[in-house]
Design a protein around this ligand. Structure first.
Ligand SMILES: Cc1cc2nc3c(=O)[nH]c(=O)nc-3n(C[C@H](O)[C@H](O)[C@H](O)COP(=O)(O)OP(=O)(O)OC[C@H]3O[C@@H](n4cnc5c(N)ncnc54)[C@H](O)[C@@H]3O)c2cc1C
Length: 318
């Protein structure tokens, strides 16, 4: 896997690597990084190049140089809604690096009664920070395993709450590195989608408008929701959460179960026996197993119920 092929595409990455090393020597760059290390499915072949900027300045230079080289980056969050092909992805993945409350993409701060979270902050960390400040509104997000960036893109939600209800603005870097702040109205939020779904802008921070609340009530609500998750979801096996979006007027899991597909498997990928809305990796599932199982589920549900399921999980490298 390590050898650099000398075709036009790979050459572009070799040039980009040299330019990045010269311009931002302190930024970590990895070649042929296995994506299985970065996805909650524990599946995925190597990405040609992964860049891990720690500061806004690094990210701006990275985006600008990638654009000059004609490379459109893929922005990676915590990889919890992602299926990467077994052969990997011949591209550039950008992952925000740092540690909570050290580097800027991992800062949690309160400004003018708004709670701000860097793009790499986990929702669980942000929800806990809100609880610590007696701020209510993010309890729904505590059990969603994504980052602030991924959650904004997906308009992540659970138990009646969703990002669109609490977000007030989001700060992004445009493909040329320019910083821009968008109001919630400009985010085009809909069910599990936003204007960021196309993947052009890198989300580096989001601000949330929360209300004062009782710490005890906030904690009790978070505990109740995590108990409900543990009872219903196959959290002991690798997955990417709900495989399909909720079709209007239906529940994906109920339709899948109704078609007798609970427990159905292709290779090591299985429709969870605990929650038919999840496809799980029983151990050594390949991306191809998962994709074929998703196709089987979609075809069967369409044939038997007339409802077309739309994947919620994002596919990369297929
Ligand atoms: C066990 C489990 C339970 C889950 N439960 C829920 C749930 O209750 N509700 C729910 O909505 N989801 C749920 N999910 C799915 C997932 O956690 C969410 O979709 C989450 O928002 C994805 O965030 P992420 O950081 O992991 O994004 P990734 O999976 O890394 O990426 C998702 C998308 O966001 C983009 N992206 C990520 N970060 C950035 C950034 N900084 N800038 C620009 N684009 C970016 C990616 O390019 C990709 O298109 C669950 C997943 C698992 C594994």
């Amino acid at each position: 896997m390590g050898a650099i092929k000398v075709d036009g595409k790979s050459d572009r990455f070799s040039i980009l690597k040299k330019r990045l090393e010269a311009a931002i020597p302190e930024m970590e760059l990895r070649e042929y990084e296995p994506m299985a290390r970065h996805t909650s499915f524990r599946i995925g072949g190597p990405v040609r190049m992964m860049a891990l900027p720690r500061t806004k300045g690094q990210a701006q230079t990275l985006l600008r140089l990638a654009a000059e080289q004609g490379v459109a980056p893929f922005f990676l969050g915590n990889g919890t809604n992602l299926l990467v092909a077994d052969r990997g992805y011949e591209g550039l993945a950008v992952k925000l690096a740092g540690q909570v409350n050290r580097e800027e993409f991992y800062q949690i701060r309160e400004v003018n009664r708004r709670l701000l979270g860097g793009g790499g902050v986990l929702l669980s960390q942000l929800a806990n920070a809100a609880w610590g400040r007696n701020l209510t509104g993010l309890e729904f997000a505590q059990g969603i395993p994504g980052t602030v960036g991924g959650a904004v893109v997906m308009n992540a939600g659970a138990y009646g709450g969703e990002i669109a209800q609490v977000l007030c603005s989001v700060t992004v870097l445009e493909p040329d590195g320019t910083e821009r702040t968008l109001s919630v109205e400009a985010c085009g939020f809909d069910y599990r989608q936003s204007v960021f779904t196309g993947g052009r802008q890198l989300i580096i921070e989001a601000a949330f408008a929360l209300a004062p609340g009782s710490g005890r009530d906030i904690k009790a609500r978070m505990e109740d929701l995590s108990a409900r998750r543990r009872a219903k979801q196959p959290l002991d096996l690798p997955s990417a959460g709900s495989t399909f979006k909720r079709p209007k007027g239906h529940f994906a899991a109920a339709l899948i179960e109704q078609c007798g597909l609970k427990g159905a498997a292709v290779g090591e990928a299985q429709v969870s026996e605990k929650h038919a809305g999840f496809v799980v990796n029983r151990g050594a599932a390949t991306a191809e197993d998962v994709r074929r199982l998703m196709d089987l589920v979609r075809e069967t549900v369409l044939r038997e119920t007339g409802v077309l399921l739309e994947p919620e999980v994002k596919l990369l490298g297929f």
